[in-house]
Design a protein around this ligand. Structure first.
Ligand SMILES: *Cc1c(COP(=O)(O)O)cnc(C)c1O
Length: 241
């Protein structure tokens, strides 16, 4: 069994060291524990070790855990692919959605966010390597989409998210993160002061340092906190349920 508490301490040290190297305040970077495929007991252990924010990819699995852990007042972030028939449950149960990849999804989330809740924080997922197989806005589409989504009443557009393909060297790994930061600056130059983006959701277990050097404000870490993931059984999470 991996020791979740020790792992969290080690990841926090890495985050702090990278922030120091980049002359940044480590308090400006949120460690989001990615708990997909993990049990509610494992989430509880991470919470006891100081983590309050958890990232989930599969809606039904997430809803089960949110229900089991509702007494803990955790912040839940949806980071996986979101089909339009699942937006209502996402809008009703999460504090953040990092994976908005179409205008239609953003409109539905805004329409379905209960008025009793604070606006839903969202990031636009950017297909930064322009890979055919990956979801997300292209950088060209993102500027116009951001301007439209920033106007939706029950959302708060916070920033951009990307999952770049792994690079061969540290310098190569920084490049897509630098591109994401530049895209954020470009978008901010078109938004009103009250709408400016303050979030870059980038960096995972294998590349959190280069992401922090380039301005990441949320690192999404699964493996280095909870240990290696079991392969997903058959189709779970990949198909509509
Ligand atoms: C699984 C996942 C992560 C975490 O990846 P690790 O390599 O296990 O740290 C981060 N972001 C997204 C979108 C993921 O799906």
């Amino acid at each position: 069994m991996p020791n979740i508490e020790n792992n969290i301490t080690a990841v926090q040290r890495r985050l702090q060291q990278a922030a120091r190297d980049a002359d940044r305040n480590p308090d400006d970077i949120l460690l989001l524990a990615v708990s997909k495929t993990r049990t509610s007991a494992q989430v509880n252990l991470a919470h006891q070790a100081g983590i309050n924010s958890f990232g989930e990819n599969y809606l039904q699995e997430a809803l089960d855990k949110i229900e089991l852990l509702k007494s803990q007042s955790l912040d839940w972030h949806f980071i996986g692919p979101l089909q339009s028939n699942k937006t209502k449950q996402a809008a009703e149960n999460f504090a953040w959605v990092h994976s908005v990849d179409r205008l239609k999804i953003a409109r539905r989330l805004s329409d379905q966010r209960p008025s009793s809740m604070a606006p839903l924080n969202v990031c636009l997922q950017i297909n930064i390597d322009d890979e055919q197989s990956k979801s997300g806005f292209t950088p060209e589409q993102a500027v116009e989409a951001a301007i439209a989504i920033a106007e939706l009443p029950n959302l708060r557009l916070r920033g951009l998210m990307a999952i770049p393909k792994p690079g061969d060297s540290a310098a190569e790994q920084r490049l897509p993160f630098a591109q994401l930061r530049a895209l954020q600056e470009q978008i901010n130059s078109k938004l009103d002061n009250s709408q400016k983006l303050d979030t870059l959701s980038m960096g995972m277990s294998g590349d959190l340092e280069p992401a922090i050097y380039e301005g990441s404000t949320i690192v999404r870490v699964g493996t280095d906190i909870f240990g290696p993931r079991e392969p997903k059984p058959s189709t779970e999470g990949l198909v509509e349920r």
